[in-house]
Ligand binder design. Structure first.
Ligand code: NAD
Length: 441
């Protein structure tokens, strides 16, 4: 049985979820307020860089299972199940700002009321939202439509990773559904079954637990990263090698190999804001989460720790220095630059009087929108080096891993590299004739 699905908000989560629901045979109508984006999507152009997405969009648009509109009401009429994939940016004091979610909830209730719509609909929160949001959305529906309204509010947090979003949406490691209604359990189970054929679980729970699960997952991963970054400063001070320690602890399955890479800190549209929002919510509840707080603090200072390495090497004077910066996206395989550590680095370098050439395989457009002509944009990783004193690495794109080192030597006036992602071996770099600064080694 296929479903009529509405997806409100076609950012990273919405467009990927909408496309994957269409790919399993459902009829999907995606809504966004951004007209230009909607026009492009209608033509099969993806609004974001995400491997495999555009092809899958086009297949489903051709089959007429994936459609786009700017009209929310059209989606309300169309959908049995409506997914809210709206932004929840940081608001005052770090709390998640729910204005987008609550506005759409109000708009849905108003339209249903004024058009006397009586069909049962499931309204699913896929945005990352603080505990109690399902309750808030429900109370909007009850206040406008009465106790016995036909809308059921569900919390279904999204766990996809940018860069692997299509793969994650098509084969999620788990699906979490927060609901207290049996008929909803049955529907959501049917909807997600095609994605879970390899046996991965679907966890049904109450709405609040589902909401917290999402924050707990992101915050736990952030803690892992910050733990390693903090430890890297210590290993650097005592002459140990963080990379050997990473391997040494990672082969313990209780710890696991992933998310143990030290670097210049996590970024993106999720970890920083989700850590802050959980921290805020816990403080508000009178149960501060000290480890989460520390993870956020370590992360903020990690890029400054890297910047200080550069400053120290240049005797705290960067005036007239020119840097080549490889990597702008907050991580590889995405064009997303939200909260990218590279951006903090750029600001610090400019403030100190340096000039910067930059290159990123996908994130140049988003970076140009922020920095305009304050920095130079180059066509490829080698032209980025022209006239530079040293090379800085901020994102571990695959193509940076095995460069032609001779070209680096030809262009860099000082054979000097500051690698914020530990791409290479310090001994090998020394043999190649580079002065190589990295993290925790
Ligand atoms: P995004 O900012 O990329 O996209 C949000 C979209 O919503 C935009 O296209 C915007 O135009 C649209 N929008 C805003 N108001 C609207 C309205 N009233 N009607 C219709 N469209 C509207 O956001 P995102 O990265 O997709 O994240 C969405 C939510 O999912 C957030 O809560 C985020 O924390 C969570 N999340 C994100 C990721 C990720 O990797 N990006 C992963 C898991 C969860």
């Amino acid at each position: 049985m296929s479903f009529n699905i509405g997806v409100v908000g076609t950012g990273y989560v919405g467009i990927v979820s909408g496309t994957s629901f269409a790919a399993t045979g459902n009829n999907v109508l995606c809504v966004d307020i951004d007209k230009e984006k909607v026009e492009k999507m209608k033509e099969g152009i993806s609004p974001i860089y995400e491997p495999g997405l555009e092809h899958l969009m086009q297949q489903n648009i051709n089959q007429k299972r994936l459609n786009f509109t700017t009209d929310l009401n059209e989606a309300i009429n169309h959908a049995d199940i409506m997914f809210l994939c709206l932004p929840t940016p940081p608001g005052e004091g770090g709390a998640a700002d729910l204005q987008y979610v609550l506005k759409v909830a109000n708009d849905i209730a108003d339209y249903i009321k004024s058009n006397n719509i009586t069909d049962r609909k499931i309204i699913v929160n896929k945005s990352t939202v603080p505990v109690g949001t399902a309750e808030k959305v429900k109370s909007i529906f009850t206040s406008k439509l009465g106790e016995n309204n036909n809308l059921e509010v569900v919390s279904n947090p999204e766990f996809l990773r940018e860069g692997f979003a299509v793969e994650d949406a098509m084969k999620p490691e788990r699906v979490v559904i927060g609901t207290s209604a049996d008929w909803v359990v049955e529907k959501m189970d049917k909807l997600y079954k095609p994605f879970l054929r390899s046996g991965n679980p679907i966890h049904f729970m109450d709405e609040k637990s589902a909401e917290v699960t999402k924050y707990a997952a992101n915050s736990f991963l952030a803690v892992k990263i910050s733990f390693m970054n903090d430890l890297a400063r210590y290993t650097e001070a005592v002459g140990a090698d963080i990379d050997l320690i990473r391997k040494g602890i990672g082969s313990d399955t209780r710890i696991g190999k992933r998310f143990l890479f030290p670097g210049i800190g996590y970024g993106g549209s999720c970890f920083p804001k989700d850590v802050q929002a959980l921290d805020y919510s816990a403080d508000e509840a009178g149960t501060p989460l000290r480890i989460i707080k520390a993870a956020g603090e370590v992360n903020k200072s990690q890029i400054l720790f890297f910047f200080d390495k550069i400053m120290k090497r240049y005797n705290y004077n960067l005036k007239g220095k020119k840097f080549a910066l490889w990597g702008l996206a907050f991580k590889p395989n995405t064009d997303d630059t939200r909260e990218a550590p590279a951006f903090v680095l750029i600001e610090k370098l400019l403030e100190a009087g340096a000039t910067i050439n930059t290159f990123d395989p996908e994130a140049m457009k988003n970076t140009k929108e922020i920095f305009g002509d304050r920095i130079n944009f180059t066509d490829d990783m080698y032209s980025c080096l022209v006239g530079a004193d040293s090379l800085l690495i901020a994102t571990e794109w695959n193509e940076f891993r095995t460069p032609e080192f001779d070209k680096l030597k030809e262009e860099l006036s000082e054979n000097l590299i500051f690698d914020g992602r530990n791409l290479w071996e310090p001994n090998e770099m020394k043999e190649l004739g580079f002065e190589y600064h990295c993290i925790g080694r």
